[in-house]
Ligand binder design. Structure first.
Ligand SMILES: [Zn+2]
Length: 273
């Protein structure tokens, strides 16, 4: 009987020790969050910091905990340059900080692998170059807030975060074609996330007639659309670089919106590591 008593006591002690350990972990996580918070008047930009870049990046841990996959683990030949992890974007702000990898839903990443395969079968010297994949809704909200234009115009460039962009589900990519020899993106007639009709696929013929775009630029866009559509992505009317993997209704059925990192999610992501 005494033997069972000791076993019972030791189980209780080990349980209490594990609780203390978790509490210590949480304290460490909280101090990490404080270190990460940039003093900035804007709520959403405060969750990311451009330097230093911690390793492993908290975004990677968070996205993995949400069931997303790093596309280069699915296909290492895919090129990635996250424009929102640099200041080379329409906001001129580094939104992701330490993030260098592109994450998507697993089935979407495999569709992208197929698009890359189609492209390679046409020209092995080309590769897809991904500019953005999953985009947490907190970042989407920031983009929405920063863009100062009437709502009916704004929706042409940034999806309303209340409804959720397909990027927020990890079910859309911003992408271009990349020449492996010159190590340059192909000329698509406008830069990525250019705000204007020159970027609209529906205006290409008009832009060609007006001499704003040339035939080569339009052919480059057509090749991008060809391989993406063959892999069952859909393009949209106003951005040559944006492709959805499914419609919004389907995304709500299949996936959850990736909200972004707050202190609770950082704890969850870190403790599940
Ligand atoms: Zn996009």
């Amino acid at each position: 009987m005494l033997k069972y008593y000791f076993i019972y006591i030791s189980i209780i002690i080990s349980f209490l020790n594990s609780c203390n350990f978790k509490k210590k972990d949480n304290q460490e996580v909280n101090s990490t969050i404080k270190e990460k918070i940039k003093k900035d008047s804007t709520t959403y930009i405060s969750i990311v910091d451009s330097s230093p870049k911690p390793s492993p990046c908290i975004w990677d841990t968070y996205f993995k905990s949400e069931g997303l996959v790093n596309i280069q683990k699915v296909d290492s030949t895919l090129q990635v340059e996250l424009k929102y992890s640099t200041e080379d974007n329409f906001m001129q702000r580094d939104m992701y900080g330490c993030l260098d990898s592109c994450y998507l839903q697993k089935d979407v990443a495999y569709k992208l692998k197929n698009a890359q395969k189609h492209l390679k079968s046409i020209d092995s010297n080309l590769s897809l170059l991904v500019y953005d994949g999953v985009r947490p809704r907190a970042i989407q909200q920031y983009m929405w807030d920063i863009l100062d234009m009437p709502i009916n115009e704004k929706v042409k460039f940034v999806s309303n975060p209340k409804r959720g962009s397909l990027h927020n589900f990890g079910a859309a990519v911003d992408i271009t074609l990349y020449n492996l020899t010159t190590q340059k993106a192909l000329d698509m007639g406008t830069p990525y996330d250019y705000i204007g009709v020159e970027a609209w696929p529906t205006k290409e013929r008009l832009m060609l007639e007006n001499g704003v775009l040339n035939e080569q630029q339009i052919n480059n866009r057509k090749l991008l659309r060809k391989v993406m559509i063959k892999a069952k992505f859909f393009n949209i009317q106003t951005e040559w670089w944006h492709f959805n993997s499914c419609y919004r209704k389907k995304a709500y059925e299949l996936y959850s919106i990736i909200e972004g990192i707050d202190s609770t999610l950082i704890k969850k992501a870190t403790l599940n590591k």
